[in-house]
Ligand binder design. Structure first.
Ligand SMILES: Nc1ncnc2c1ncn2[C@@H]1O[C@H](COP(=O)(O)OP(=O)(O)OP(=O)(O)O)[C@@H](O)[C@H]1O
Length: 270
């Protein structure tokens, strides 16, 4: 295929999705036992955009986020149906290596959860189990690069042997982001990453999200509509397990098409 036609194809893909398609979900249902938490959700996650999932408590944002790296597999009662792909490949397919998948689609949780180990070890652990570094200098380079990308290097470079749990909450969360980055992910899922942080630590994480945008496809669940407006380019509004509306963040917040979205963003419920 000529370079021109490859470019044409890429342009068309961009036009179709407002970005390069990274993950797709089609007709996804999630059940906990007999209770249905997600109903028929279809959405595209694009490379260049930060995608925010918003909606009232219990609407299924976290449940849906966790389908994107099969984190729901760890919940015995959870059952997922429908199709979810990463670079066109079915992530629920029999030949998908779940450990590999969770490195490619990393996750940062609501409460910072560093291992009770040194700062260095927190970052080096993943690359070690995935065999990404063959010698100490390689590992040192991965640890430094990951901490730099997470905006933490300057604060910790002289105390890499200190425990990760001794850092402030905001630093711990950036350490968890560095840990996700260390295994070279393609997508980073963030489940309310700032809800346990003060406003200054929150601002740093938001700044970091801006810096990481494009290098990684990012999906963030947030309760905070201002945060969604600040950090994302695409927003998905969930209500009672359904995806009510998905579009450009600017449209969702200024010109929503659905009454339920409008009611939520104007504070009528939530
Ligand atoms: N492990 C579980 N077992 C059973 N039900 C669950 C489980 N996790 C979530 N649920 C239920 O699934 C529904 C969706 O929950 P989920 O946590 O995904 O919503 P959410 O929008 O992320 O809520 P919040 O904003 O409060 O975190 C809720 O009714 C919840 O009670």
């Amino acid at each position: 295929m000529t370079e021109t036609s490859l470019n044409d194809r890429a342009d068309k893909q961009q036009a179709a999705h407002g970005g390069t398609l990274k993950m797709t979900a089609r007709d996804v249902d999630v059940f906990y036992g007999t209770k249905q938490a997600i109903k028929n959700v279809s959405i595209d996650v694009t490379q260049e955009n930060v995608t925010a999932f918003i909606g009232p408590s219990g609407c299924g944002k976290s449940t849906f986020l966790r389908t994107l790296n099969r984190m729901n597999d760890t919940v015995a009662s959870a059952r997922v149906t429908g199709d979810i792909t990463l670079d066109g490949k079915d992530i629920y397919g029999a030949d998908m290596d779940v450990v590999q998948l969770r490195a490619r689609v990393g996750m940062v949780f609501q409460k910072p959860n560093p291992f009770p180990k040194s700062i260095y070890e927190n970052v080096a652990y993943g690359p070690r189990i995935h065999g990404l570094a063959s010698a100490k200098p390689d590992m040192d380079a991965i640890v430094e690069k990951s901490l730099r990308r997470a905006g933490l290097w300057e604060e910790v470079k002289d105390r890499l042997t200190d425990s990760g749990t001794a850092l402030s909450g905001g630093q711990q969360q950036r350490l968890c982001i560095a840990r996700a980055i260390a295994v070279d992910p393609e997508v980073i899922l963030m489940d309310e990453p700032c809800s346990a942080l003060d406003p200054i630590a929150t601002a740093k994480i938001e700044e970091l999200i801006h810096e990481l945008r494009g290098r990684y496809a990012i999906v963030i669940v947030t309760h905070n509509m201002q945060q969604a407006a600040r950090v994302s380019q695409k927003t998905a509004f969930f209500h009672l397990g359904t995806l009510v509306e998905y579009g450009d963040t600017s449209d969702i917040f200024t010109n929503p098409r659905q009454t339920r979205t409008k009611d939520y963003i104007t504070g009528r419920y939530g």
